[in-house]
Write a new protein. Structure first.
Length: 114
């Protein structure tokens, strides 16, 4: 490859990289934010637990024994945990536990799927 060919090749590469960089910078599209809301209802021993998760707000709305409260997501290494001043909701490996003022008021273990 001659020096002239090398310089031409180098210029093409530089222009290509600049084009790619500018095409990303001048984008007017706004990112799409997807709000994922999931609900779960568990009925056990005539107690109905309904929980609505909002992953954009990092909250969960818990309804149990005709009481509704909003919980904030806690950081966990495994499973999920939400809490507020009075309630905690945890789920780890299919075991759901709800406590009110430190006293367990609801516990349910999902059945293993076959």
């Amino acid at each position: 490859m001659s020096i002239k060919q090398f310089n031409s090749f180098k210029n093409v590469i530089i222009l290509s990289v600049l084009f790619l960089m500018l095409s990303c910078v001048n984008s007017t599209d706004k990112p799409t934010i997807v709000t994922k809301i999931e609900t779960e209802t568990i009925i056990k021993d005539n107690a109905v637990l309904h929980i609505r998760f909002d992953n954009q707000k990092n909250t969960a709305t818990l309804t149990i024994n005709n009481e509704t409260t909003e919980l904030e997501q806690d950081t966990t290494a495994s499973g999920i945990s939400y809490s507020n001043k009075n309630y905690t909701y945890t789920n780890w490996h299919g075991l759901t536990i709800v406590t009110k003022n430190g006293v367990e008021i609801y516990k349910h273990q999902d059945e293993l799927k076959k």
